[in-house]
Design a protein around this ligand. Sequence first.
Ligand code: C2E
Ligand code: MG
Ligand code: MG
Length: 911
Amino acid sequence: MPTPQPDPPTEAQNPWRWLHAALMPDYNPRATAYWWSVLTLGSLALGLAVAGLAGVGPGVLLQVGVGCAIAMLAGLFPVRIPGSRNSFAAGELFIMLLLLLHGPAAAALAAAGEALVGATRTSKRWTSRLISPATACLSMMLTGSAFQAATDALGTRSAVAEALVLLLAMTAAIGHFLLNTSLISLVPQLKRNEPLRWNQFVQNFGWVGTTYAASALLAGLLYLVFKASGVGVMAAAVPIIIALLVMLHYHFRQRESDEKAHAQRIEAAEREAAQSARHLQQLRESERRFHSAFSHAAIGMALVSADGRVLQANPALAQLLGCGDDDLTSRDFKRHVHRDDLPLLERQWRGLVEAGAARQQADGPDPDTGPEAEIEVDAAAVELRCLRADGSAVTVAVHSGHFADRHASEPCLILQVQDISARREAEAKLQHIAYHDGLTSLANRIRFGDCLAQAIARSKRDAGYGFAVMYLDFDRFKLINDTLGHSAGDRFLTMVAQRIREAVRPGDTVGRLGGDEFAILIDGMADEAPTLAMADRLQRMLAEPYLVDGTEVNSSASIGITFSTVGYDTPGDVLRDADIAMYRAKSAGRARTALFDASLRAQLAAQVNLERDLRRAIEQAQLALAFQPIYDLSTGRIDSFEALVRWDHPELGAVPPATFIPIAEDAAMISPLTDWVLASACQRLREFQRLQGQGARPRLHVNVSGTDMCRGNFVSRVSTALLANGLEPGQLTLEITESTLMHRLDAALQVMAQLREIGVGLSVDDFGTGYSSLSYLSTLPITSLKIDRSFVQRLNADAKDAEVVRAVLTLGHALGKTVIAEGIETPEQLAQLRRMGCQFGQGYLLARPLTPEMAAAVVQADRLRDALGATEAPRPDANGATSATSATSATPAAAEPDTGTPGPHAPLALH
Ligand code: C2E
Ligand code: MG
Ligand code: MG
């Protein structure tokens, strides 16, 4: 039960509570009530004791005072029994003596005094210091009074009576002890609310009770001696007893401290012994762990002597080397190492053993002779090949460390051997991926560059060494990719790679630099003739048809070659020049080979300049347009115009569109160029429309590139140009060359369909050069075809060409397409075309490309002629020959070549 906490007391308000809180805060009400009761009874007993001595004489008082003083003194020097926690109750001897001599009052006073000294010595609490004398006094008063009553009743002075007095004294002493102890023990029991346990009590205090009895016996004997021999004996005996007790007190204290020191020594020795046993245990444990780790390790481990003899090996090592455990022990580890790698291992071991010996010398002998084994810090790893029992090689990492085993007579090494073949393989794979093309497994650009760098370095070191580099580009790869799909393109490239590999010598390096571009480093060959012969062989092998996904594909390569004799410093320079030569080969036609020479580099520089100038020309609108009329051959009237771009370069003069249009395409300038052409052409068309008068709807052809046709925003760009000039979409026809169209058909089809949807005409230009089948045309959203001028120009000379033209005309008409013949240069060509039923034509014979002003003049003349009456106008005769008189100009069209600039050429009227 928790102790009730008093309210904050103040002395004036509640001194009782204050006293309680200060002295006995841990006392519950029962314990408090008991304490006070016992204290009150004890005080009463004390009062009675004092009163009981009131009438005695001074001699007795002196004896009582001396007895009390000796009892209190004995309380100060308890004679502790060695080996027990109990003390000999020396004070009891004198208390019992006082009881026997002077009755219970004297004994109670002495008991109170002795208890006060004992409690003051052993406790700091006033509750204990007060209750102990109270209980002692009360107990002695009661048991002493009972003793006195009993001895009084005994009365006689016989020997039996004296023996009985002794017995009674002993009983009184035990009774006093029991009562006193019970009274005092009740205090803590009540505080803890525990019942009094007698067995525990007897256990705890039994021995003390015996000493009480012994004290009482001794006191009784003294008393009997005193009675028999008088006070003299007593006067002699008491100091002797005191001296004896004091001696005993110090003797036992000395013994106790000796025993304590002895026990401490024993304890320390035991502790030390336990500690070293633990240490030993730990070492054994550590050794056991080491051996367990050694035997169960997943990696191979071995202890070897400095000369390589295996002292111990674990099963993992035996497994790694493909042999049994016994095959390893006592054998030389080095016999498992690849011969070429052995020096590496031996060097390492030598270093380790020397380092170990040097350290041992520096440290001196190790004072610790414990049984432990340890791996010392000198350790090194080396990667080498080991030979398995079956003869196969395994790549391992051998980690060797100096091993100090206290039992070993010689220094030894511990080896950790790890199989790293898988890691090596993965590394090799990564290396391969990093330096090879994933599709063809040929060297990639990085690796090819590295090989080239080595070749360059060697050519600089060694005057007799040279090399050639071939740069290959495939002529129809894009078409294969576009028509057969990318996976077919990939298979084609794989076949190409295989053929190249077969064509070169083993020492040459073949690389794929990207897309369909390949390069070959021909090692040690710097002469033109053998290199060209090799290129020829390569050309022939590459020109053989390829069977890709069941389709036969024809292709050829353009090859550019450069030689180390040019004098290169970097791989980039070599590849750049080989690439330049390849471009030269490509522009010369299909399946060509070209050698690099310095002039090519100049050409390239010129091209770079041209590109820069063209950019400026587009930005600053330095371009111009020429307009070449397209005639209706049946009426001889101008049907429409074709707008042709012109660039008059400030220094170079007229640059033909065939030169600068590809540059514009390559350098991403084609969109602004087309936008400019569209805007300017539509502006002129509006002017022609105005000149022709109300209701007139003149038509115009504008050339666009394949790049334009593949741009999603192209339809809106065209619409913008038309809208800006108030033109109808039907007035505009966009021309795209057949080859461009076929190359980029997939991407262009959607834009073409949208253009047709808004009403813009579409024409296939240079028809017959792009390898498209005639029947395929029917599926395309086009309105007209322009027969390439090469066919027209060979009309008279080659009957086969005439048939081609006739077939195009027949099929074109059958499909409802308008067919226009380009490049009509002679009256014969014109007549033949007419005979074949070709309705529209264009060419120098009829009219050269005109300046915008001249074109406007022609339009105006046309209108004038209409106003004068068509009957006056000359018409082509039945043979197709024209009466070559111009309605607008007296200058006949000459069959001289178009310079590409707006010239002063007047159109030929077919009237
Ligand atoms: P194209 O579209 O086939 O244009 C006809 C080309 O033949 C023009 O050359 C023209 O001057 C020329 N020509 C016309 N009649 C005859 C003839 O009787 N005999 C000969 N030998 N030639 C004749 P040009 O102007 O040099 O144009 C070359 C090509 O450049 C054009 O071929 C066209 O594909 C392209 N091109 C011209 N202007 C543009 C343009 O504004 N944009 C685009 N993307 N390409 C254009
Ligand atoms: Mg054209
Ligand atoms: Mg053409």
